[in-house]
Design a protein around this ligand. Sequence first.
Ligand SMILES: Cc1cc2nc3c(=O)[nH]c(=O)nc-3n(C[C@H](O)[C@H](O)[C@H](O)COP(=O)(O)O)c2cc1C
Length: 362
Amino acid sequence: MVDEKIIDRKLDHLKIPIEFDVQTSENYFKYIKFVHHSLPEYDINEIDISVNFFNKVIDAPICIAGMTGGHPISKKINKILANAAEKENIVLGVGSQRAALEKPANIDSFKIINEIAPNIPKIGNIGIGQISDKDFQENDFQKCIDMINADAIAIHFNALHEMLQPNGNTSYKLFEKNFTKIRAQFDIPIIAKETGTGFNKEIAIKLDSLGFDGFDIGGYGGTNFSAIESIRNNYPKKFTRKPADIFKNWGIPTPVSILYVRNISKKLIIATGGIRSGIDIVKSIILGADFGGLAYNFLVSAWKDLEENSILNTINEIKTLKNEIRSCLWLLNVKNIEELKGNHKKIIILGNLYRWLEQPKY
Ligand SMILES: Cc1cc2nc3c(=O)[nH]c(=O)nc-3n(C[C@H](O)[C@H](O)[C@H](O)COP(=O)(O)O)c2cc1C
């Protein structure tokens, strides 16, 4: 049975971050400072910011984080994002493919991505709720891969968001059993993706041992789904306070989650959650990530492009990020991304972030 409410909800999720301020109140990247190098040894044009995403070489460690699909507007936005990502040769993620599994007419809004961007790495997306469903079939996973000719699939972990939505999915008891079946059957890289609340060490150890190939740590600090649900204002009237308001500050900050996960795993890490510039991507890589992922910046650029019937705003956002990453490496006297990874000597950690890290509980 198709839930038409999913379609309306998808539109709300796209429009609310544009029309309202739903960013978290504290972005922890501000507590990371660089140790400047006054006499860079390299010409700035010698700096190489290219990286590998599994087997594909791409221009920069930038990922457009999974956002959309399953609505006529999503198709237009996905078309813009795919066009820009293909031209600039970066990684592209799509939003949850659930809507297309439940209503084949929605497949179009995802399929467009492979038609427009056949060469770049593409990440499919499905939720822990769907994987944990008693009716989930391995064939559904295959459909997600085929729909976009995916290079990897992200399984998103969004317990807080599900808890805040009416009829959200709040039982994941079958997750491990169903995931194990999928893992045994599919060779495609599978990424565990958080969506704004971050992974702790304990869950990262578990997911690593279950056979995930990488993490998108999706930490606290960026677009805040509690704030979005607070605006959507759906909550049982028996409560005296909106749960979405009470849980607005819930989550592990992005820089903390990168460190937690890198401490226990050598696998791929994408850092999302409050990355707003190339500088934040460089900070993430120094902490141990391989890529920086951005949703909000690309939602804003794609929305502008939609209004202007263009792709220039999105292209320019990618060019800006690339330039910021290159400039940052130059000023740190680092020649390429490999040299940057985990190079903690290049940063100083201050304030509330330092305090989090002083309490190594997890
Ligand atoms: C409009 C919108 C829709 C999103 N939909 C999904 C989704 O379907 N699946 C998913 O894994 N993450 C989804 N996300 C979460 C993003 O991928 C990302 O983890 C989060 O927004 C934090 O990044 P940001 O601070 O750069 O926005 C969505 C984010 C936005 C803004």
